[in-house]
Each structure stands twice: as structure tokens, then as C-alpha cells.
Design a protein around this ligand. Structure first.
Ligand SMILES: Nc1ncnc2c1ncn2[C@@H]1O[C@H](COP(=O)(O)OP(=O)(O)O)[C@@H](O)[C@H]1O
Ligand SMILES: O=C(O)[C@@H](O)C(=O)COP(=O)(O)O
Length: 410
């Protein structure tokens, strides 16, 4: 293994694995830290953790354990993947994990770059934009777990990290890899360890990738990984893929803007069943009954708890943020387990935490990367008779669920 990756959630990890696979690397996504060595032919390993919204100390411990495993596989560069919307709170977990990885690797000039132009995320003058809106005006300010209320990445990262945060501005990035490296060196000399690097186009990311060839640690969204495979001699390619026939089920616990539009569109055309958080928490809904409904109805049924920000806020005020999230995630996890036991072979999940809960419940250890469904979302094969799509909350076109079902199989 050459490139070792640690993803702070499962959708983000599949997004990263997708980017690396498209750039020609032989990639495997692991669910949690594997207990065995990787197969010899894997060039990039992505260890998916569910560490984005847990206690910072736990996120650090899990990330360091993942690092140990990746180093033991021979990796010479480590990539820490977080969300292209920089999902974190003033306590973490991006800063504490980046600090711990940098310390463990004795890494300097740590790039911080969530840009992903293909999905509208750009970093300009240290600020993160989603299309034409600043991050904190993009809907992400209402995220149920990590409300993003400031678009200045340097300011957002500062309370999270024990190190000073530097910046390489767009003008330098536009001048290419040598200038970027000089910019990183300058910030390093000024005592900055984590360095926000601007990027607004894929060309910028390719140049940042070139500049990062000898760095021990790179952090960011999947975009900044675009230029890394070339450093390892890889050239773009297409994965082998054969779809899977059989019953399909879509599950959505994401309350992000894009997912809510996808849910609304799907519900107007296919069977869709809404789960109210209070009914789950009070036990009025059971996974068995909901699955019975899905198996009888067919036609790409969608089960969702996705709700508008006011509804989510009322639920969180009544039950507490963590209790609500955990009850809903457990429900989806139980539902997925029952669905597979009853013969479902294609599962589509929307939402990073939701997807993590589902993959962990299904006890899937490795995921093979298939073709891209929409930017940042690949088809995945988990077992000979089970394929998945793990959709990041804000990714995908409005007809994503239909599209995903089509790519996953006939
Ligand atoms: N109706 C709801 N009320 C409160 N919390 C919810 C509701 N629906 C889902 N959640 C929780 O919100 C979180 C959404 O996070 P996630 O699945 O990562 O989606 P995204 O990828 O959009 O961030 C999950 O923890 C989920 O259980
Ligand atoms: O970088 C991204 O935006 C995604 O890969 C990602 O991490 C999304 O996370 P969720 O929105 O929580 O699914």
C-alpha cells in the first residue's frame, strides 16, 4: 500500500475512494480498522471511521489506530479525509485529529483544503464557498450535528488546533506547484503547521497534488486527493463493474438541503414512507413493520427521516441532539440488517452518519469501488450479492435515488 487514508465518515470515505479509483489507483475502502493485513495489490487503502461527530478524544484514538495499521501496510503518505463543507465544531474533530496525526508522523506543512469544485466547493482567500454562497449561508449553518456558522477556515480551525494556522492564497496557487511549495515552506518558516490552501478549479488541485508529493500528511476533501495518484505513477482508468439484480431499498437520514430535494422528488414518483423522530424514539415505529411495507410496495421504496431545519430543531429541543441522532441511526441500522436478511441486494443510503450506522450494522469489512453515480458517489460492492451507494448529504442530482438504483443493477 502506498497511500493510506483515514476518512472521518463512510460517505466521505467512498467519495475519496472514488476519486482515487478514477485516477487509476487500486483502492479498497475498509469499514473500521481491519484486523488483517491488506491484500498485496492494494495501492490506496481508505479506512472509514465514524469519527466526525464523536468525542474528540475518541476520534483521535481511532484515527491514530488507523494510522498505525496504514503505516504497517507500508504507506508513505497519509491522507486525512473530512467533509468538503468542513463539518466540525469549535471542539473538533478536524483540528484534534489533524494535530494528532501531524504529531505522530512528525509532519510539517500540513495542507488543509476542503475544496471540491466538481460539487461547487471552493476555497478562496481562506473562505469556503458552496457554489456562490459562503459556507455559513449555504444551508450548512443548519446542520443537525455540525452547524457551520463561519466560512473562514483559518478562524474556524483556530480553536480546534493547538497549532497556528497558515494560508497559501489563490494567487500563489494559480502560479503552480513550485510556487505552492514555496508558499507552504514560507508558512512553515513562520511557525504555521496546518496551512489552508485556496483552490477553485481542478487544475489548482492537480498543482497542489504535485506540490504535496513529498509531504507526509495531507488533509482535506476528496478534491485535493485528485493530484496525488499521479505522484505514485498511476494514470486514470475505469473500474470493472457488474451490477446486481434483486430488491432495492433507499434509506435517508440526511437532513441536508440536497437530500431533502431528492426525497421530495422521489416521494412524488415512488412509494416513500416518512419516519417521524418522535415515533422512533417513543417506539411507535418498528423496523419490522416499516420493512414489511417496503417489501410489499416495491418500486424503489424510500424510507426517510429527513426533515426541515425547524422540525429537526424541535426534535432536538425535546429529546436532545445526540439522543435523537442515535435513535434514528439505530433504527436505520436495524432496518438495513433486516432488509438484507430478507433478500434486499441493493441499498442506497443518504447521509454520512446514517450510512456509517448502516455499514457497521451490516458488518461489512471491505468495499470494492465501482463506477461513479454522481460526483463524489460511487457504486460499491460489499459482498457477492450486496451492492451499496452511500450518498453524502449534499451530493447528487435531484433524481439521485433512481439513478443510483440504475447503476447498482438492473
Ligand atoms: N428528523 C430528524 N430529527 C433530528 N435528527 C435527525 C432527523 N433525521 C435524521 N437526523 C439525524 O441527523 C443526522 C444527519 O447526519 P447524516 O446522516 O450525516 O446526514 P448528512 O450527510 O446530511 O450530514 C443523523 O445523525 C440523523 O440520525
Ligand atoms: O467531502 C464531502 O462533502 C463528502 O465526502 C462528505 O464527507 C460528506 O459528508 P456527509 O454530508 O455527512 O455525508
Amino acid at each position: 500500500m502506498k497511500l493510506g487514508c483515514i476518512g472521518d465518515d463512510f460517505t466521505g470515505s467512498s467519495d475519496l475512494a472514488n476519486t482515487l479509483a478514477k485516477q487509476g489507483m487500486r483502492v479498497v475502502q475498509y469499514s473500521g480498522i481491519p484486523s488483517e493485513p491488506a491484500s498485496e495489490d492494494v495501492e490506496a487503502g481508505v479506512v472509514s471511521l465514524k469519527s466526525r461527530s464523536i468525542a474528540p478524544a475518541d476520534a483521535v484514538a481511532q484515527s491514530l489506530a488507523a494510522l498505525d495499521w496504514l503505516i504497517a501496510q507500508g504507506c508513505t503518505q497519509i491522507f486525512f479525509k473530512y467533509c468538503s463543507t468542513f463539518d466540525s465544531t469549535p471542539d473538533g474533530n478536524i483540528g484534534p485529529v489533524a494535530d494528532a496525526l501531524a504529531d505522530a508522523l512528525a509532519a510539517d506543512r500540513v495542507i488543509v483544503c476542503p475544496a471540491f469544485p466538481g460539487t461547487g466547493r471552493s476555497v478562496y482567500q481562506g473562505h469556503l464557498f458552496v457554489n456562490d454562497a459562503l459556507l455559513n449561508q449555504s444551508g450548512m449553518e443548519n446542520h443537525p450535528l455540525t452547524p457551520m456558522t463561519d466560512a473562514d477556515l483559518r478562524r474556524w480551525m483556530t480553536p480546534q488546533s493547538k497549532y497556528d494556522i497558515g494560508h497559501v492564497a489563490a494567487q500563489t496557487v494559480f502560479a503552480g506547484a513550485d510556487a505552492i511549495l514555496a508558499g507552504l515552506n514560507g508558512e512553515d518558516a513562520a511557525g504555521k503547521r496546518h496551512i489552508v490552501v485556496d483552490a477553485i478549479r481542478d487544475e489548482d488541485l492537480m498543482e497542489i497534488g504535485r506540490a504535496a508529493a513529498d509531504l507526509k500528511l495531507v488533509t482535506g476533501g476528496s478534491g485535493v486527493a485528485l493530484g496525488l495518484p499521479r505522484n505514485f505513477g498511476c494514470t486514470p482508468g475505469k473500474p470493472d463493474w457488474e451490477g446486481q439484480s434483486g430488491p432495492v431499498l433507499a434509506l435517508s437520514g440526511s437532513c441536508s438541503t440536497a437530500t431533502r430535494a431528492q426525497v421530495a422528488r422521489h416521494a412524488a414518483r415512488h412509494p416513500a414512507r416518512e419516519l417521524r423522530a418522535e415515533d422512533i424514539i417513543d417506539g411507535r415505529e418498528t423496523p419490522d413493520a416499516v420493512l414489511d411495507w417496503a417489501m410489499i410496495t416495491g418500486d424503489l421504496p424510500l424510507i426517510y427521516s429527513s426533515a426541515d431545519p425547524e422540525v429537526v430543531k424541535a426534535v432536538q429541543d425535546q429529546f436532545g441532539r445526540e439522543r435523537a441522532a442515535s435513535a434514528i441511526e439505530t433504527f436505520f441500522a436495524d432496518l438495513a440488517r433486516l432488509a438484507v436478511a430478507r433478500g434486499v441486494t441493493r441499498i442506497i443510503t443518504a447521509g454520512g452518519e446514517t450510512s456509517g450506522a448502516v455499514v457497521e450494522a451490516l458488518d461489512l469489512t471491505t468495499l470494492e469501488i465501482g463506477p461513479e453515480i454522481d460526483p463524489g458517489v460511487p457504486a460499491l460492492r460489499a459482498k457477492p450479492d450486496l451492492v451499496l451507494a452511500l450518498k453524502s448529504g449534499n451530493f447528487g442530482a435531484e433524481d439521485f435515488f433512481e439513478k443510483a438504483a440504475g447503476v447498482l443493477g438492473p
